[in-house]
Write a protein that binds this ligand. Sequence first.
Ligand code: IMP
Length: 190
Amino acid sequence: MELVIASNNKNKIREIKAILGASIEQIYSLFDLGIHCDPEETAEDFLGNALIKARAIARFTEKAVIADDSGLMVDCLDGAPGVHSARYAGENATDAENNALLLKNMEGLSPRTAKYVATMVLLYPDGMYKVGTGDVRGEIITEARGAGGFGYDPYFYSYDLKKTFGEATAEEKNAVSHRANALHDLLKKI
Ligand code: IMP
């Protein structure tokens, strides 16, 4: 199978390619195909947003499209930032701004337990699709540790790895991550 990853996020593309590598013949990113498309994520859940991204890209290609929507859900914030993780501190917020707001909003609250969640959609050219979901659990620490990964990773202490995703190598993160779990769940269904 040939497929296109419907994301402009280079970190995500790298992770998805690394995880899928062996099982898919040819994986293209939007950059590889020169597709410029960044649809607005207007749905209120992860599946809705993943489908928005997949369907937007499907208009440009005959190949199957894989899209994910993911986010961080913090228990003491009732699941926030959730679907709003990328733009928690505003429309074009940087990772540093999102992290700063997260820590501020969590001040004095407990428990600091959290999970990353991912929904992965594979959309076939005929419009049918399959869905995989995954999560990974941990907690939000108050001081950044490590500079690896992206987004909230330096503050996400993984219970599986016993260190933050910021301190983990790409291989370590990919072995336990929400995106890896969602991809493996999806692969079981195709
Ligand atoms: P999406 O591109 O709309 O799926 O936004 C996902 C957002 O959730 C990212 O911009 C990050 O803020 C956060 N996020 C999702 N997965 C990860 C991860 O693996 N590490 C760090 N942050 C993540």
